[in-house]
Design a protein around this ligand. Structure first.
Ligand SMILES: *Cc1c(COP(=O)(O)O)cnc(C)c1O
Length: 728
């Protein structure tokens, strides 16, 4: 199998560049630029103003009027040509990549990867949080490793909500209206060269689904879109909003994703060897594939077994209450005719009663259809997203799955998440190649040579990242405070907010109550003493959204917002609005400590702490999710232990007390223990251990090795021999 699935697509005509710089247009339509700083630099030089407003190359190219002066700028032209030829080489060289040669050559077709959201870049708001960012990082790593893969998802024109917080601390929701022309999207072309549209039959009508492509390096992601004028006006919004609240609308979305996705691949003549369901939202793809086989003549059981054989599933929730479920009657009504028929008439495809039976949950409630149970029963391999999560998932689903749920711990894509200054040191001292984060070929791996970076230089690179965070956050806070009507004098004081000299603790994630964002405020007097200490002060910065339907989560936001404005914490505690990949990057690169306080074992994995650790930002976390296996004793701190302590309230109290103890007796003293040059040597050693133990171990490179060897190749019927294995 070739390293790249090629999707024919229409060249966008609205962006014009001179022939000498045609490569920039190709680059603008490939998210390769999002993890290659030199490529971003070139777009920034074309129009710094538009770039800093949009962080997106297409608006930059579209805004350009004075090409001649750029063509005369030889300095620019040299840099642009260098970036373009690096990009072209990257795209052309996949077949030479060692991982591709070792693992992909026997594949006959690509891996089809289905997910409801993709976090590729902040300028494409088709993600909400961790699941999407994981999927986005998976695409980028598959591209870097030349693993033939094609993603399938939905194109949400109104995305996920943008958050503001009003002056009373209430979360406000606003849905953007994306201008697709300004996004790196092209229409996929069907066999006759026309823009591809597939159809999905829903009760009493057919919904037409447009197929778009976003190119992520070598990996294309197909995005499905029902907002086509030939559809009934009430069907056009099916794909408008991510995690739409209404159950019936959500079911429609998931049918479009699963069924529409299978039909899009087949219309493009793509025949996957492996089908990967990342979370259960796309589970109808399994029913659709079985239906196709039955219509082609298979008997039902043979069809179901054949579909399961090359399908794999990743579970993301630790408790069954967190799983996607639909009313069985709703599924009967909305999906029944489609699944039972051949698309036009009922011919006994896959009877909906059989579908419902396969989707019976752990409580055996015949009134509910459980997407996770359905996915587990109809796939031949499944994984949880950390070792601890595998233990809880196997306990929860033992009666449903015929096989063990494996552990493949999540990872992050280092080129996306490691900041420029720290990356510069990796390149200068370690000879790092982040595009080929390779665990095997070198005798010592470059991140294990981390000792070579001089202490003071690592510290200074970290301080540079802290300063970038401060500058960014001050701008955002000024906007927030001004909107709340704060006085000019107060706005002026924000110029000193988040002073990089002060120990800074970051906490950013979805505000769900089990994450206990408010835990650090358990004893406000004790915390106030810690934050306002004259010699060794501490500051906190929060960010995160709560789902629009999650009122308790919104109450946590209100509590924290109140703290930021209260007399004892004002100036020491801040909350940034509208958490997204951009804010995440500034935070995981620029705070000193990354705080994580979920109620064990409810966090399946978590990934933001991996991003932090890869930057030398030290993790301070409950032993839940990935940290349960990532903590080595000296690369960060563990809050609490592994044994549960009585009831929830007792556990919360004990964890809070342990958090204060660690902060007071370890974090603060170590951070402020400086040598004669002002460098906290012991702290920097801890930063190094963080990088050395996290950068590779919790990278998407390691993760994709495991997906390939534990799930993809077995599903494709390819044996992984000991010699071929690249696992650690
Ligand atoms: C990485 C990331 C997440 C996931 O991190 P968690 O640790 O699981 O919370 C969520 N949202 C954004 C914007 C991210 O970048």
């Amino acid at each position: 199998m070739e390293p790249t699935v090629r999707i024919p697509s229409a060249a966008p005509s609205h962006v014009r560049v001179p022939p000498e710089l045609e490569g920039l247009r190709r680059l603008a339509y490939n998210l390769y630029w999002s993890w290659h700083p030199a490529a971003r630099g070139v777009f920034g030089r074309i129009n710094g103003g538009v770039w800093s407003r949009t962080h997106s190359p297409i608006p930059v190219l579209a805004s350009m009027v004075d090409w001649p002066s750029l063509l005369d700028n030889s300095d620019f032209m040299v840099e642009a040509q260098r970036v373009i030829s690096d990009f072209d080489r990257y795209m052309a060289n996949g077949a030479d990549h060692w991982f591709h040669r070792r693992h992909a050559r026997e594949l006959k077709g690509p891996i089809a990867y289905f997910c409801a959201e993709y976090g590729l870049h902040e300028s494409m708001g088709i993600y909400s949080g961790g699941l999407g960012v994981l999927a986005g990082d998976h695409m980028k790593a598959a591209s870097d490793m030349a693993l033939p893969l094609v993603g399938v998802g939905l194109l949400y024109r109104n995305g996920y909500f943008r958050q503001t917080i009003d002056a009373d601390g209430h979360q406000e929701h606003r849905y953007p209206d994306y201008d697709l022309v300004r996004m790196p999207l092209t229409r996929a072309l069907g066999r006759e060269g026309n823009p591809l549209t597939v159809s999905v039959e829903l009760p009493e009508r057919t919904v037409h689904v447009d197929v778009w492509t976003v190119q992520v390096g070598r990996v294309p992601v197909l995005l499905l879109d029902t907002d086509n004028p030939i559809n009934d006006p009430s069907d056009r919004p099916i794909t408008h909003i991510l995690y739409v609240r209404g159950r019936e609308m959500r079911l429609h979305q998931e049918l479009i994703l699963g069924v529409g996705g299978v039909r899009a691949l087949s219309a493009l003549a793509i025949q996957p060897d492996v089908w990967h369901l990342n979370e259960g939202h796309s589970a109808f793809l399994l029913a659709e594939r079985a239906r196709e086989r039955v219509v082609a003549g298979d008997d039902l059981d043979t069809a179901l077994a054949a579909v399961a054989r090359n399908s794999v599933f990743t579970i993301h929730t630790p408790v069954s209450a967190g799983n996607e479920r639909f009313d069985a009657d709703l599924v009967r009504r909305v999906a029944g005719p489609l699944l039972d028929g051949d698309g036009r008439r009922r011919t006994g495809g896959v009877p909906v009663e059989r579908v419902l039976e396969i989707g019976r949950g752990t409580d055996n409630d015949a009134g509910q259809f459980d997407m996770t149970a359905f996915s587990l029963r109809l796939t031949n391999g499944a994984n949880a997203v950390s070792k601890l999560h595998a233990v809880t998932a196997n306990a929860t689903w033992r009666e449903i799955v015929p096989h063990e749920i494996l552990a493949i711990t999540n990872g992050v894509h280092p080129p996306t998440w490691v900041g420029g200054p720290v990356l510069g040191l990796f390149e200068r001292y370690l000879d790092a190649d982040l595009d080929d984060l390779d665990g095997t070929t070198a005798a010592t791996r470059w991140w294990e040579r981390i000792e070579r970076i001089p202490v003071a230089e690592l510290w200074n690179a970290h301080l540079d990242q802290k300063r970038e965070l401060a500058l960014f956050a001050r701008g955002r806070l000024r906007t927030q405070f001004a909107r709340h009507g704060e006085a000019p004098r107060t706005l002026e004081q924000l110029g000193d907010a988040l002073d990089p000299k002060i120990l800074t603790i970051g906490f950013a994630r979805r505000f769900a109550t089990y994450k206990r964002a408010g835990m650090i405020f358990t004893d406000t007097e004790r915390l106030a003493r810690l934050l306002t200490d004259a010699d060794r002060p501490v500051q906190l910065v929060f960010a995160g959204k709560a789902h629009p339907a999650d009122r308790p989560g919104q109450a946590v936001i209100q509590e924290i917002f109140g703290r930021t404005r209260s007399p004892e914490f004002r100036g020491r505690v801040y909350i940034l609005e509208d958490y997204d990949m951009r804010i995440a990057r500034f935070l995981v690169q620029g705070v000193d400590v990354w705080l994580n306080t979920p109620r064990r074992p409810l966090e399946a994995s978590g990934t933001s702490g991996m991003k932090a650790g890869s930057n030398g930002v030290v993790d301070l976390s409950v032993l839940d999710g990935w940290w349960d296996e990532g903590w080595t004793g000296d690369n960060g701190w563990a809050i609490g232990g592994r044994e549960p302590l009585g009831d929830e309230a007792a556990q919360d109290w004990a964890d809070a007390m342990d958090l204060y103890r660690i902060l007071e007796s370890e974090v603060v003293p170590e951070y402020y223990d400086r040598d004669e040059k002002g460098v906290p040597v012991r702290w920097v050693e801890r930063m190094r251990r963080s990088i050395g133990t996290i950068l590779w171990q919790f990278s998407t490179t390691r993760m994709l090795h495991e997906y390939t060897e534990m799930l993809y190749l077995p599903a494709a019927g390819i044996e992984v021999t000991q010699e071929a294995s690249v696992r650690q």
